[in-house]
Design a protein around this ligand. Sequence first.
Ligand SMILES: C[S@@+](CC[C@H](N)C(=O)[O-])C[C@H]1O[C@@H](n2cnc3c(N)ncnc32)[C@H](O)[C@@H]1O
Length: 334
Amino acid sequence: MATATHRIPGSASNIAYVPADHEPVLLPELLEVLDLEEGQTVLDCTFGAGGHARAVADVLGADGELICVDRDPSTRERWADFAETAPCRTRYLQANFVSALEGLRGEGVRPDSIYMDLGMSSMQVDAWDRGFSYAYDAPLDMRMDPSQEMTALTVCNEWPQQKIARCLSEYGEERRAGAIAREIVARRPLSTTSELVAAVKAAIPPAERFGRGNPAKRTFQAIRIAVNAEIESLDLALPLAWERLPVGGRLAVISFHSLEDRPVKRFLADRAKGCVCPPEIPVCVCGREPEAELITRRAIAPTPDEVDRNPRSASAHLRCGLKLRFADPTEAGS
Ligand SMILES: C[S@@+](CC[C@H](N)C(=O)[O-])C[C@H]1O[C@@H](n2cnc3c(N)ncnc32)[C@H](O)[C@@H]1O
């Protein structure tokens, strides 16, 4: 594995080094909104190649701890490399971040900051045989955790046509969802990514087959999100993560499309809301105080420079909230 490092332009010198084969998205911005301090405990819910983790670990120092989670077992080796030279204590959990957060609740651990960098990693896309990419011919798999039963084969070969169409429309925002679902069902059984690409191409008008980008991109995104239950995991994880933070703790999420950004935005905005009395009531009777301060009033997007360097960052959005109080003060002790 590459251990060479390179500097991220624009970041402070003590946080500048990451693996040469991976550039973490919105790194200086993430560090700024988390406002970490030496000696803190931090939870990285999506370790991936450890790009964000390395920079965070540099800030935490020898007295700090970085808990690293990823549902993809192939990240364990990356973490082991990271752990060899990490400047802070670190441990690794191969798990969905939902179960990792539940486990930390069981242990009574309260990280000072929690962050998530959603979606798939470039390593997953580049592992040709895992079926994430329409660019390689591979079995229809797309599982982040290969021990999970459901694969892209399940979606393509077992789901009813209507359900496939809904998935493509909702998770892929695919205009031709109905036609593509019909074509997938007509071509069953599908077994490879090339067969799925061929089904998409056959379902759309010829003029759209050769436009900008691969016409199967949205279909692959939708099926991957469904296979890995990505939106369900995020919906479950946000309240668990928030509950784990101490007062003064921060939750930051980097998302890559509106399906992910919307629930994060709504979740933080709800917590930042104070009085919810109807406007016709002159004096507040609900007594509700905001639980959160929005560190990012609007989502932070990458700079044009970052997008030039790393086109994958183009659709990234970063949001962060600071916990002001426990909704239920009895939770503070758990
Ligand atoms: C965009 S990559 C993270 C990259 C990482 N921040 C870095 O700098 O190298 C997303 C990672 O999150 C993992 N992941 C996605 N959803 C997850 C979930 N629900 N639970 C745990 N890990 C998840 C994926 O397996 C992938 O490795």
